[in-house]
Design a protein around this ligand. Structure first.
Ligand SMILES: [Zn+2]
Length: 258
């Protein structure tokens, strides 16, 4: 089964014929009930990251419960659509980008299932190459770029934003971590798909990023963005052949995988 974790402004996915499933986990309930429907040849599970009514801030999203619940339902490959700020004028609002790297600037978020047992997963390439290729090969999609994930919920200062841009990072976001690493720890393939909603403070001469503008821009682009996610799902092979994301290397885990 494939999974989609929808971000800000992306609270529903299926128009009809979807069933709703409530899943509990050792880490509590996920952000919302999961809906399961069909896209092309795939059964697809959809979970709104922030809850159906955007109850969860980026730093309070139950990331461990979300990834565990999807795995428990049978999901093995996940797209994570998200709203991002752009750190370069080349990527204006409305750009759709499949990042290839991330930098973690979050703090104090529970970001592992492995509190014991000496398990250290490889994360040099944080996104699944197979899922990335499926999404990045679609027309109009920008392939690659580093996404820096900040703690939020505040936006960056102008100096922080200029610092990030100076490092060559192209996108800034608040939810891309720890979602990606938790998927890897559960040996699920994961790729982010980013929609640019604004130019970040460091490259904008105005007053900086305002939430009202971010949500308005997302609203303007949600229909083509959902279409892109649909097409990415359809472009994924029925059989999972990726071995890159099988991160345990046969090591015995401190718990049974769901
Ligand atoms: Zn993979």
């Amino acid at each position: 089964m494939l999974g989609v974790v929808g971000g800000s402004g992306f609270y529903t996915f299926f128009s009809a014929d979807a069933r709703s499933v409530s899943v509990d986990t050792p880490y509590g309930a996920p952000s919302a009930p999961i809906t399961v429907g069909t896209v092309g040849q795939h059964e697809v599970a959809f979970l709104p990251r922030h809850g159906v009514n955007h109850e969860y801030s980026p730093h309070t999203v139950p990331y461990r419960a979300n990834m565990w619940a999807l795995r428990a339902l049978g999901v093995r490959r996940i797209f994570g659509p998200c709203a991002v700020g752009s750190l370069t004028p080349d990527l204006g609002p409305g750009s759709m980008v499949v990042p290839d790297q991330l930098v973690d600037r979050t703090s104090a978020r529970p970001d592992t299932y492995f509190d014991s047992g000496g398990i250290h997963v490889s994360f040099a390439d944080p996104y699944c190459p197979t899922l990335r290729a499926a999404a990045a090969g679609l027309p109009g999609v920008v392939d690659g770029g580093t996404m820096v994930v900040i703690q939020g919920p505040r936006f960056s200062t102008r100096a922080e934003s200029q610092w990030f841009a100076g490092q060559g990072f192209r996108l800034v976001n608040m939810t891309g971590y720890p979602e990606a690493v938790l998927a890897r720890e559960l040996e699920m393939c994961y790729a982010a798909i980013a929609l640019v909603t604004d130019l970040d403070a460091g490259i904008e001469s105005g007053e900086g990023v305002r939430a009202v503008d971010v949500f308005a821009e997302f609203e303007r682009n949600i229909v083509p963005f959902k279409k892109l996610v649909h097409e990415a799902l359809e472009a994924v092979d029925v059989e999972r052949t990726c071995t890159h994301c099988l991160a345990h290397d046969g090591v015995k885990l401190p718990f049974e995988l769901p």
